[in-house]
Design a protein around this ligand. Structure first.
Ligand code: NDP
Length: 296
């Protein structure tokens, strides 16, 4: 393997450490303990695991975690009423509604009912608009984590050619906005892109967020490019269930200058950035200086 490994697990531990330091300072100097409320509707097993892990990580960095578990049959009106209460609760700085929601609920309506300044997932339409216009916003956690790793590896990203594969609202589009904000020349590729291999071969930075196991082979990667693999795909290999990314790691690592592994790359950064967004939201709520290096 020629590429440098970008260790997301180690980097996430560093980010969590920075968050914990900032939380300790907020408590000591201002008597403030930031709080994150996570709302889960229904019993989806994967969502339950995510919510538990978010709660545990929140407490580990010294913040308050408020978990709200609602029945799958809860009405949309009741969920909106709970969000309304959390919006006006000064102890709650961040609100996260775990997706997907049950089919009888309108996800857009629910997300847009969260106060934008508490929307630590960065999915509220106001935050999308603020990010798109280069203003201070809450930034979606997964792309924020990718940006932090890229900045850490390269310093300045100015003038680099970046290709983002995938145009979802939660990863691809905000990722492209963030790279543009850092003065990259950005291409967003998707399922209708013509000659994707050639598009990817031009890139100094490749962010793959597709959801197709090992779709990007090494010979699409320009020599020395930085590859950020967002994909999380569960496949069977050699009789075992394994996690792989959207990039064929073995062949891509032969050509890339730096690459994130799956698991242990982007994944751990997502929760670290959720914590970072919560402490940022708490600072903004109290008109205090934001932690450096933890925002876009
Ligand atoms: P979506 O399914 O919402 O979006 C996938 C995107 O990939 C779409 O824009 C789609 O294009 C594009 N695409 C599909 N097939 C191709 C193809 N053959 N060539 C080029 N583009 C293609 O996925 P998400 O953005 O939500 O997630 C992407 C991946 O990232 C998933 O594996 C997911 O599990 C993972 N993920 C990981 C996170 C983490 O914490 N590490 C967090 C969030 C997601 P089109 O729009 O044209 O259909």
């Amino acid at each position: 393997m020629a590429a440098t490994l970008i260790d997301g697990k180690a980097f996430a531990a560093k980010v969590r450490g920075q968050v914990a330091e900032h939380v300790a300072r907020l408590k000591e100097e201002h008597g403030i303990t930031p709080g994150l409320a996570v709302v889960l509707v229904g019993e989806d097993p994967a969502s339950q695991v995510y919510v538990r892990s978010k709660g545990k990580s929140t407490v580990e960095v010294g913040m308050n975690s408020y978990e709200h578990k609602l029945d799958a049959e809860t009405s949309e009106a009741d969920l909106l009423a709970l969000i309304g209460k959390l919006n006006s609760d000064p102890a709650v700085n961040g609100i996260l509604v775990q997706l997907p929601l049950p089919k009888h609920m309108n996800e857009e309506l629910v997300i847009n009912s969260i106060a934008p300044e508490k929307d630590v997932d960065g999915f509220h339409i106001s935050n999308v608009g603020l990010l798109g216009t280069g203003q201070k916003s809450m930034v979606p956690c997964t792309p924020l984590g990718c940006l932090m790793m890229l900045r850490d590896h390269h310093g300045s990203l100015s003038g680099m050619d970046a290709v983002v594969i995938g145009r979802s609202n939660i990863v691809g589009k905000p990722m492209a906005q963030l790279l543009l904000g850092d003065s990259c020349t950005v291409t967003i590729a998707h399922s209708r892109t013509k000659d994707l291999p050639e598009v990817v071969r031009r890139a100094d930075i490749v962010v793959a967020a597709v959801g197709r196991p090992e779709m990007v082979p090494g010979d699409w990667i320009k020599e020395g490019a930085t590859v950020i693999d967002v994909g999380i795909n569960r496949i069977e290999r050699g009789g075992k269930n394994v996690l792989v990314g959207d990039v064929d790691f073995a062949s891509a690592a032969e050509r890339a200058g730096a690459i994130t592994p799956v698991p242990g790359g982007v994944g751990p950064m997502t929760i670290a950035c959720l914590l970072a967004n919560t402490v940022t939201a708490a600072c903004r709520a109290h008109n205090l200086a934001e932690p450096e290096g933890l925002t876009a």
